[in-house]
Ligand binder design. Structure first.
Ligand SMILES: [Zn+2]
Length: 226
C-alpha cells in the first residue's frame, strides 16, 4: 500500500499487487471482479483492504469509461454504473480500480467531502474531474487532489487520436495524462495537487492492462475517518 495522506481526518492512498490471496496473473491483491479472477479471492482481497484502512465498508464502482458522477448519500445505496463517486459519510472507503488509467482522489476540507474518480483518457477528455467538483459544490481552493500511479507519456502510445483541446498533450502519438489532468485542475482553480511519479506500466509493483492484457486491477482509496 502506498499511503499519501493518513491523519486524524482521512486516509488516502493506492494499493499495490502485494498482500492479497489471488494467484497466477492476478497475484496477489487484485481488487476487480470483472477481470476473470476467482470472485471469492477478490472478495477476500477487498476485505483485507477494508480492514487495513479501518473502514465499515468499501464502495467499488461499476466503471464504464464514462463521465458519470454519483453521490453516495447512504451506505446501502445501490449505485448506477459510473466513473466518479463522492460522499461525506465517514468510515466508507471510496475505491477506484485502475491498471493504466489515472486514479484521482479529491478531498474538500471545508465541506468534508471525498471523491474517487476513474480518469482514463476518455474520462479526462470528457472532463469527469470538473463534473465531479461541480456536483460536489466545492470551492476549488478547498480541494486537495491526489493522483496515483498511472501510465506515463513515454509508455502511452495512442496513435492518431482526436482529443480536442487535449491534443496539445499528445507528442508523436504519445499522450501525457498527468499534464492533461494538471491542465484541467488548474483551469478549475485547484492549486493543491500531488502526482505520483510512478508509471504502473514500468513498475512491477502494479498491474498494467497494456502490458499484460489479462491481469488484475489495483485501487485508489480514500476515506473520512470521522
Ligand atoms: Zn512506463
Amino acid at each position: 500500500m502506498l499511503v499519501s495522506i493518513d491523519d486524524e481526518r482521512l486516509i488516502a492512498g493506492f494499493t499495490t499487487k502485494f498482500g492479497g490471496v489471488s494467484s497466477g496473473v492476478y497475484a496477489e491483491l487484485n481488487l476487480a471482479m470483472h477481470v476473470g479472477d476467482n470472485a471469492n479471492n477478490v472478495e477476500k482481497n477487498r476485505q483485507i483492504l477494508c480492514q487495513k484502512i479501518g473502514a465499515n465498508r468499501l464502495i467499488f464502482m461499476d466503471q464504464i469509461h464514462s463521465d458519470k458522477v454519483e453521490a453516495l448519500n447512504d451506505i446501502n445505496q445501490i449505485l448506477d454504473p459510473c466513473d466518479s463517486i463522492f460522499t461525506g459519510i465517514s468510515k466508507v472507503g471510496l475505491c477506484v480500480m485502475v491498471a493504466d488509467c489515472s486514479p484521482v482522489l479529491l478531498y474538500d476540507k471545508r465541506l468534508n467531502l471525498i471523491a474517487a474518480i476513474h480518469a482514463g483518457r476518455a474520462g479526462v477528455v470528457n472532463k469527469i474531474i470538473s463534473k465531479t467538483v461541480d456536483k460536489m459544490g466545492s470551492n476549488p481552493s478547498d480541494i486537495v487532489a491526489i493522483i496515483g500511479p498511472n501510465i506515463k507519456q513515454k509508455c502511452y502510445n495512442i496513435g492518431n487520436m482526436e482529443l480536442g483541446e487535449f491534443n496539445k498533450f499528445i507528442k508523436n502519438g504519445y499522450f501525457d495524462m498527468d499534464k492533461s489532468i494538471e491542465f484541467e485542475l488548474k483551469n478549475l482553480g485547484i492549486k493543491n495537487m500531488q502526482f505520483s511519479i510512478v508509471c504502473n506500466h514500468c513498475d512491477n509493483r502494479f498491474y498494467s492492462y497494456r502490458k499484460s492484457k489479462v491481469t488484475g486491477r489495483f485501487a485508489g482509496f480514500i476515506m473520512l475517518k470521522g
